[in-house]
Write a protein that binds this ligand. Structure first.
Ligand code: SF4
Ligand code: SF4
Length: 73
């Protein structure tokens, strides 16, 4: 988990990299990496998240959660 952002990937819902893998391709700041047949989040990169929402849009089973760890000003 980053200081400001935490990525959650539901490994049970995820379709797997062989059948999907879209999150790895769309994230502009490379937060997702391969972990066997499932993606995992590179915690050191999580704070780079731009909240673009692309990973949420492409993830058909809604397996990804982007959690803000801070309050909006
Ligand atoms: S986009 Fe969703 S279903 Fe596809 S590999 Fe990523 S987490 Fe899994
Ligand atoms: S919201 Fe955008 S920057 Fe953040 S993890 Fe998803 S694709 Fe990457």
């Amino acid at each position: 988990m980053g200081l400001f952002i935490k990525l959650e990937i539901d490994q049970g819902r995820c379709l797997g990299l062989a059948d999907c893998g879209k999150c790895l391709g769309v994230c502009p700041v490379k937060i997702f990496a391969e972990n066997g047949d499932k993606p995992h989040s590179l915690e050191a990169n999580e704070d780079e998240c731009t909240l673009c929402g692309l990973c949420l849009d492409v993830c058909q089973p809604d397996a990804i959660g982007v959690v803000k760890l801070y309050e909006e000003p």
